[in-house]
Design a binder for this molecule. Structure first.
Ligand SMILES: [Zn+2]
Length: 228
């Protein structure tokens, strides 16, 4: 995807990983795109910033209103919660959780770009949002304390074929091993994904990785062998 003019800039959110990146040519399908444009308004002699929201579909930008983006991100957030048992980055509880009610969360990208999310039990495959999220929040400190320790790499099977290797730029196929290099965007832990063959393993210590124990035996043995 390309921006139209020099007055535009923007970023996108991968709706699988919730990673935030600057707009680049190759944006995964379904990503939320936020485009900002500087515009001079003569009547008031001021420059204002216009924001356009949309999603990318087959490399094309499709504008969407904020409400539709909110429901799209609610679905994405529910999927994230189901697969990882934590909140995605930038998601906070907006209103106190109530039993038998959808959870009201907020996805806060900046003071200007905030989306209200509603997570129903239907989105969580029938699980009760109140129960699931209260339980999750209890463990949520795990994510924050990682920052105080050394940064931990994450090894797992790719959940889809949508992530791209940051070393060689080619796709990481679904169900193959992907290696997450930790980094912080503001206060949130994110990962840059790599193929196992593209990681410089010699610099990584066994104590610096997590997820190996969940791999199948062959993969576990092979990957362990790469490390110090
Ligand atoms: Zn690679």
């Amino acid at each position: 995807m390309k921006l139209d003019s020099e007055n535009e800039w923007g970023y996108y959110v991968d709706t699988e990983t919730f990673q935030i990146s600057n707009i680049e040519e190759d944006i995964p399908d379904g990503s939320l795109v936020i485009i900002k444009e500087k515009e001079y308004i003569e009547d008031i002699s001021r420059t204002v910033i216009q924001t356009t929201y949309g999603i990318v579909n087959k490399d094309e930008f499709r504008p969407m209103n904020k409400r539709d983006i909110s429901s799209l991100m609610s679905e994405a957030c529910a999927r994230y919660i189901l697969t990882s048992d934590t909140f995605p980055p930038k998601v906070k509880i907006e209103k106190d959780l109530k039993e038998d009610k959808p959870a009201q969360l907020a996805f806060i990208l900046s003071n200007y770009d905030m989306f209200h999310l509603k997570i129903s039990s239907k989105m969580l495959e029938g699980k009760n949002p109140y129960e699931l999220i209260s339980e999750m929040v209890k463990h949520d400190t795990a994510r924050m304390t990682l920052k105080d320790k050394e940064e931990i790499w994450l090894i797992e099977y790719a959940k889809s074929s949508r992530s791209k290797c940051r070393s060689c730029s080619s796709k990481i196929e679904k169900d193959t091993v992907r290696v997450g290099e930790p980094y912080y965007y503001e206060d949130h832990l994110n990962y840059r994904w790599h193929h196992e063959k593209c990681v410089f393993w010699k610099t990584i210590d066994k104590n610096q990785v997590t997820g190996i124990d969940e791999l199948e035996e062959d993969d576990r043995k092979r990957i362990s062998g790469f490390m110090k």
